[in-house]
Design a protein. Structure first.
Length: 246
């Protein structure tokens, strides 16, 4: 397989100047909230923090569900709710697999946005910051790690078209779909782990390693499924080595 077909797809998408609405949940009003990073940038940040050990669509839906329960998603209104109340909201509505833990993450995220960013989460990515700075800022949130932080920076740069001064520190965020795609394409070995995937992406496109992230994830979710992959319809079918375990 050509080492660069995934990079070419990523670059083609990245260079499009227009910003498109992202279908995080495929629920119209929930996606409207998450895409409104001008008025509700904290919705995007808090959703990123929720994206852990459950299906992505369910995690991204949490801010919208809370907005309906609370009746608002303004940062000052969210600050009026106690940690115990957030735990009740998470438990009573089964918002997450780990309701108490993620209620605490959500609660602390709100207070960090208020105290560190003057209540405006877009200060995290304002004024053409370096990619390292943005990843670092996301790492400071309770419950966040390198995977969530690089994912958050990547979406801001790649899909929200937020300008950064560089993109060197935005790594790929390997999940099961990305691991499966890169193994089956032969770009990495069948036993390669997440760290190997990260360094392979850095090799393929050092100036923006995470540029292949969304394409790999989309291929994995749409065509390169764990069972019965639809190779004939896949966008990289002509160059994929199709290393599939039986």
């Amino acid at each position: 397989m050509s080492n660069y077909i995934l990079v070419e797809i990523g670059k083609e998408r990245f260079t499009k100047s227009e910003r498109e609405s992202i279908k995080f949940t495929n629920i119209e009003h929930a996606d409207e909230l998450l895409n409104d990073i001008e008025q509700y940038p904290h919705a995007y940040v808090l959703a990123c923090l929720m994206d852990r050990q459950i299906k992505a669509e369910k995690a991204w839906l949490i801010p919208y569900k809370i907005s309906k329960i609370v009746g608002s998603f303004k940062i000052d209104d969210l600050l009026e709710i106690s940690l115990d109340e957030y735990k009740d909201i998470f438990r009573n509505n089964s918002l997450h697999r780990f309701n108490d833990i993620m209620a605490d993450v959500f609660f602390n995220g709100i207070y960090d946005i208020k105290n560190k960013y003057d209540g405006d989460a877009s200060n995290i990515w304002r004024n053409n910051p370096s990619s390292a700075k943005v990843v670092y800022e996301f790492l400071q949130f309770k419950g966040s790690g390198i995977k969530i932080s690089t994912m958050a920076a990547n979406i801001l740069a790649r899909q929200f078209k937020i300008p950064f001064s560089d993109y060197y520190s935005i790594d790929i965020s390997p999940d099961v779909h990305i691991l499966r795609v890169l193994r089956r394409t032969g770009l990495v070995s069948k036993t390669s782990d997440a760290n190997s995937i990260i360094y392979k992406a850095r090799e393929l496109n050092p100036e923006f390693p995470g540029i292949i992230d969304f394409s790999c994830w989309e291929i994995g979710r749409t065509w390169c499924k764990p069972k019965n992959p639809d190779c004939e319809k896949c966008v990289i079918r002509s160059e994929c080595t199709k290393i599939i375990k039986t």
